[in-house]
Design a protein around this ligand. Structure first.
Ligand code: PMP
Length: 291
């Protein structure tokens, strides 16, 4: 089972600071600022038929995430796009997940790391569905306030609370955690945005303290094109019981119907099914255009 091979023991090539290196040689030292102090940002991308959906948007978001943490990724979005395509081709992949990451290196080991080199790597691997039969439970931690953390950066450090919440949810038999925000409004799962269908309209939280996902933006566009009313607003957890359908969106999750949130149950309804079909057709068109 491919899933059991640790990520540092696989075969293939990884793009590392401008060069293609054998997969197992893409290493870093234990004394690395990104590891100790969380000065690290990353992306998660999906390729369909060898072409990453929203590639340039992802490359730009990596650069923007770094800037929010106060560092400049030393490659342009066009260079990152090119490197990503090289990685996919070199590894002979077609439908796959892509993981670019940028971090402060080993030059300084203290809170201040002004002179550290910024390193960048891009890896890609085959990856199927992220969730199956998704059941959520209320998370132990809330998404932090925008004056507490760099919430618009896809920064590794922000995932510390996500892993804690997800592990805790899994230990109780759930697939993921539903995180509220610092005000107590519904925010997102640990790695995907959330939508609910209430009486025919689609409601989703305002992304003012978490990532405004590229999939989220795409799905809002698809829903409006299909004639649905999409309402972005603050949503209280008490409102979850009013929803007829709930789904989450993300690069990894794509569109995944939510079957339960604690003791509330949901069915995959017609709105979710329609959007899943539209999203599949859109990503297939991207794949076809790349052929
Ligand atoms: N929220 C979090 C916390 C995530 O990790 C992700 C995945 N990047 C998303 C939302 C969805 O973002 P996207 O659709 O751009 O993948």
């Amino acid at each position: 089972m491919a899933e059991l091979i640790p990520f540092d023991a696989r075969e293939g090539h990884i793009w590392y600071n401008g060069e293609m290196v054998p997969w197992r040689d893409a290493k870093l030292h234990v004394l690395t600022h990104g590891l100790h102090y969380g000065s690290c940002v990353f992306e998660g991308e999906r390729a369909y038929g060898g072409e990453v959906f929203k590639l340039t948007e992802h490359s730009q978001r990596l650069i923007d995430s770094g800037r929010i943490l106060g560092f400049e990724v030393p490659y342009s979005a066009a260079e990152l796009d090119r490197a990503t395509r090289e990685v996919i081709a070199r590894n002979g992949l077609s439908d796959c997940y892509v993981r670019p990451v940028a971090w402060r290196g080993s030059e300084q080991m203290g809170v201040s790391a002004q002179k550290s080199r910024i390193n960048v790597a891009i890896a890609a691997w085959e990856w199927g569905s992220y969730y199956s039969d998704l059941r959520l439970t209320r998370a132990k931690y809330d998404r932090p306030a925008p004056n507490t953390a760099p919430v618009k950066s896809k920064a590794a450090g922000l995932y510390m609370i996500c892993t804690i919440c997800k592990h805790e949810a899994e230990s109780r038999g759930f697939g993921d955690a539903l995180m509220l925000d610092y005000r107590g409004y519904v925010a997102e799962s640990t790695g995907a945005n959330i939508f609910m269908v209430i009486d025919g309209a689609i409601h989703t939280p305002i992304p003012d303290c978490f990532l405004d996902g590229l999939t989220r933006q795409t799905v809002i566009g698809l829903a409006r094109d299909a004639g649905y009313e999409v309402i972005e607003r603050h949503i209280k957890p008490e409102e979850l019981k009013n929803a007829q359908e709930i789904f989450v969106t993300g690069t990894a999750a794509e569109i995944t119907p939510v079957r339960a949130i604690d003791d509330l149950s949901y069915q995959q309804g017609p709105t979710t099914t329609r959007l899943m079909d539209d999203f599949r057709n859109l990503t297939r068109r991207v794949a076809k255009a790349a052929e």
